[in-house]
Design a protein around this ligand. Structure first.
Ligand code: ZN
Length: 266
């Protein structure tokens, strides 16, 4: 999986330090890969919740391949990048949420023990007794990229599983980042019988809207929103994912709470 423009759009909206963007990019590539393995119409969210300096890395991918991503961190990072994932997140959790259009959403949680996003995710799959899964992930300023190896349900050929892991383990970060997919597959698995499927594209789409922000304000309650209005003269909501700013003046807030017909779009 190569994410180029989708990943670059994430980096355009935020000035992330390299240690933060490396984790965010790897998590984004992993989420795109894992989303492609789940049922149609189901969206996938992956969230790292850390005790700092990295406190949040969140990725969302819906069934149309639309993605958005966000990271939050606290204070200077120094040379923490060399300390691996644990130095960056402290005591943390990885939360994976799948949400079908109808029915219950499912949430799986694993502690963030491991030096890389890939090892944490591999343990998640092992602990939750899902299909045996391996991941190789890499991200730089241009590209977030990953390779996923997963057993097909019902097909347990231990020999080929071992062999494919050994072959895949020879992949380098540079190859992941730079080689076109066909070349990489040939380089790793040229002695295997391969079948290529059409790949589904991904694009950045935040999905935020004035209507959704209005609904969020309504859920906060009229009193809290009007207090902000009184203090600030207007209510300003920034979307953290895409930096879009939504402004509501006194009239806008009144309409929001149904005083003038409840049309929140104008
Ligand atoms: Zn947005």
């Amino acid at each position: 999986m190569h994410l180029d423009q989708t990943w670059q759009r994430v980096l355009e909206s935020h000035d992330y330090p390299p240690a933060i963007s490396a984790v965010l990019g790897q998590l984004m590539a992993a989420t795109a890969l894992l989303a492609s393995t789940i049922k149609d119409e189901t969206s996938l969210k992956a969230e790292i919740r850390g005790s700092g300096p990295l406190t949040l890395a969140a990725i969302e991918c819906n069934s149309r391949g639309e993605m958005r991503a966000l990271a939050r961190w606290d204070g200077p990072l120094g040379n923490i990048a060399s300390g691996g994932l644990s130095a960056l997140v402290g005591n943390g959790l990885l939360v994976m949420t799948t949400e079908p259009p109808k029915g219950e959403r499912y949430q799986g949680i694993v502690s963030l023990e491991g030096d890389t996003i890939a090892t944490v995710l591999e343990r998640y799959f092992r602990d939750s007794e899902q299909l045996p899964t391996r991941l190789w992930l890499s991200a730089d300023e241009q590209r977030a990229t990953g390779l996923l190896l997963q057993q097909i349900p019902g097909e347990r050929e231990e020999d080929s599983w071992e062999r494919l892991q050994v072959l895949s383990d020879t992949v380098t970060h540079q190859e992941l980042l730079e080689l076109p997919r066909e070349q990489l597959l040939h380089r790793l698995y040229h002695q295997e019988e391969l079948k290529m499927f059409a790949s589904k594209g991904h694009q950045f789409n935040c999905g935020c809207s004035r209507e959704r922000v209005g609904q969020m304000l309504i859920s906060l309650g009229r009193q809290e929103v009007e207090e902000t209005l009184e203090q600030e003269g207007e209510v300003k909501v920034d979307c953290e994912f895409c930096n879009q700013v939504y402004l509501f003046d006194e009239q806008g807030i009144a309409r929001l709470f149904g005083d003038q017909g409840g049309d929140i779009l104008h």
